[in-house]
Write a protein that binds this ligand. Structure first.
Ligand code: UAG
Ligand code: ATP
Ligand code: API
Ligand code: MG
Length: 507
């Protein structure tokens, strides 16, 4: 419990209807309001939290913070028992209130945030593994799941609302965590979900096409990412770990340097953290890591050029967090794979089946290029299965079709969370890019049947890429959400062909 006035410390507001109740919780969703809660009512893209103020009051809210002048006036008239505060930005206010409510757990954590179009989850997992390897307890927040000092929680969002983030941090600190590693999505930056958080280390992986449905243009998308580095998220980070091979990375580094941030640049061709002598197989990689602390040989079970970048980013961040080069090397060897990222499904079949989360044209292009490199030694073929998400960026659909068509020997075009859209309409958008570039493709909207078809088509030495859903366990359709797991479906398809798992065979 906390007095409303204490919760408001440092939170700027427009006006306040005086009264100072004890508050037992801070909620941004009326459905979670309990007796004694403070409800933060804010407008959104699909509804307006201000519509639910009277419902929240019925459920026992004692105070309401609103981003609406009209809602304030209305509640002042009709709900006289409520303490009221009007703010200009609901989520920024929420971040300040929640930080106060959970007693600033971030101050007791070394906080690292990863942003960029692709590679956030992988880089975060790598950094987390390095920190755990030197016995630092962590909170890990991202797309796949949340880890709170070893305990696993489901992840409803890559980057949760500030209130939920501070709750995770508080629980982590209570359980002995000293570090937090989190993915920071562009949605979160744009909306203010991480407003005011001071990062020790902010990491930029890359910027390529995605999320134009939300940001509108690449410039706005980049600006959202950049705000993690240049102080526009409230306060700039201490260190910025930035991919300097990426054009946007170079721009972001300039802006961060202007804001007084220390830059740790990385890349294959630029920066002070570099990789050389990369030797790559399907099972893993070795390369020389060059850093300002000296050189070391990295050995990892992750593979592919994109994972060289992810390892460079994680290594630089780990060094920024005080690890030695030896500790980085040891930590890099720990991770077997990141769930759903270049995860092989092995039932002793004579071809490879790989589940990967590539759901942008850049990721798909890189994935196919890696597969092409791996089959080139024995003249195998690349079979690529993918679809595009519904209610998401439409501009990437034909581009994904184009890169899949160009790089693959066979494409199986299917569905990937059509959400409210017609799966065939999404497929038709993809075909605009696929048809002109591809000699062999099949269309099968049912993802289960499509996976079976892709696997049936494989011959000895081929690689079957099942792209887009990675770790996901559900397929989101218009009228229902059904359990769906690419790894399991692939295992069943292999079993139907007489290939069976041996123990520990599935990585
Ligand atoms: C576009 C987007 O990010 N939307 C998120 C955002 O919605 P919004 O601001 O439009 O809010 P809204 O749904 O209109 O509701 C307005 C307010 O009313 C409240 N409300 C709503 C209903 C009710 O009965 N009572 C109530 O109080 C809501 O809690 C909210 O505070 O805030 C909501 C509450 O937290 C989220 O559920 C919602 O996520 C939607 C479902 C979503 O799909 N988001 C995705 C795109 C997303 O955020 N993805 C990124 C990662 C992307 C990537 O990995 O590349 C992420 O960080 O997860
Ligand atoms: N550094 C990278 N550069 C380009 N592509 C990458 C990189 N790392 C991973 N990928 C590709 O992108 C896919 C998603 O990777 P990952 O989950 O690490 O990224 P993410 O940024 O967290 O994605 P999301 O925003 O969807 O959660 C991988 O399966 C792989 O195909
Ligand atoms: N988290 C990202 C990736 C989703 C990947 C793909 N499976 C899809 O549903 O589009 C998003 O929500 O845009
Ligand atoms: Mg992610």
């Amino acid at each position: 419990m906390m007095k409303l006035s204490q919760l408001l410390a440092g939170v700027s507001f427009v006006r306040r209807k005086a009264s100072d109740p004890e508050v037992g919780g801070v909620e941004y969703d009326s459905r979670r309001v309990l007796p004694g809660s403070l409800f933060v009512a804010m407008h959104g893209g699909s509804t307006d939290g201000n519509r639910y103020i009277s419902l929240a009051a019925k459920q026992g809210a004692v105070a309401v913070v609103t981003d609406s002048t009209a809602a304030f006036d209305d509640a002042a008239r009709n709900l006289p028992q409520l303490a009221l505060i009007e703010v200009t930005h609901g989520r920024k206010a929420l971040a300040g209130l929640a930080s106060n409510f959970f007693a600033h757990p971030q101050d007791q954590l070394g906080l690292s945030g990863v942003t960029g179009t692709n590679g956030k989850t992988t880089t975060a997992f790598l950094l987390d593994a390095m920190l755990n390897h030197v016995a630092r307890k962590t909170v890990l927040v991202g797309t796949i799941e949340y880890h709170v000092a070893g305990r696993i929680r489901p992840s409803p969002h890559t980057t949760p609302e500030s209130r939920d983030l501070f709750e995770l941090f508080r629980e982590g600190v209570t359980k002995g965590a000293t570090e937090a590693v989190m993915e920071v999505s562009s949605h979160a930056l744009e909306q203010g979900r991480v407003w005011g958080l001071k990062y020790d280390v902010a990491i930029f992986t890359n910027l390529t096409r995605d999320h134009l449905d939300f940001h509108g243009t690449m410039e706005k998308y980049r600006a959202a990412k950049q705000s993690l580095f240049d102080g526009r998220n409230g306060t700039p980070p201490r260190v910025a770990v930035i991919n300097l091979d990426d054009e946007s990375g170079r721009e972001i580094a300039r802006a961060a340097a202007m804001a007084g941030v220390e830059i740790y640049g990385y890349g294959l061709n630029s920066g002070t953290f570099r990789a050389g002598n990369v030797q790559m197989t399907a099972q893993g990689m070795r390369f020389t890591l060059r850093t300002p602390l000296g050189e070391a040989s990295i050995s990892t079970r992750l593979t592919g050029k994109v994972n060289v970048y992810n390892l460079l980013a994680a290594s630089a961040a780990a060094i920024a967090r005080g690890l030695s080069l030896n500790e980085v090397v040891a930590g890099a060897a720990v991770l077997d794979h990141v769930p759903g990222r270049f995860q092989t499904v092995d039932a002793q079949q004579p071809f490879a089946v790989v589940v990967d989360y590539a759901h942008t044209d850049d990721a798909l292009k890189n994935l196919i290029a890696l597969a092409r490199e791996l089959v080139a030694t024995h003249d195998g073929r690349v079979i690529t299965l993918f679809g595009c998400g519904g209610d998401r960026d439409r501009t990437k659909r034909s581009e994904m079709g184009r890169v899949a068509g160009k790089g693959s020997d066979l494409v199986v075009l299917t569905s990937d969370n059509p959400r409210s859209e017609d799966p065939l309409a999404i497929i038709s958008d993809v075909l605009e890019g696929l048809e002109p570039t591809c000699t062999g493709f099949q269309v099968e909207p049912d993802r289960g049947a499509a996976i079976a078809a892709a696997i049936q088509a494989a011959r000895s030495g081929d690689i079957v890429l099942l792209a887009g859903k990675g770790h996901e366990k559900m397929q989101v359709l218009k009228d229902r959400t059904i359990p769906f797991d690419d790894v399991q479906v692939a295992q069943r398809a292999l079993a139907a062909l007489g290939f069976n798992l041996v123990s520990e065979a599935t990585r």
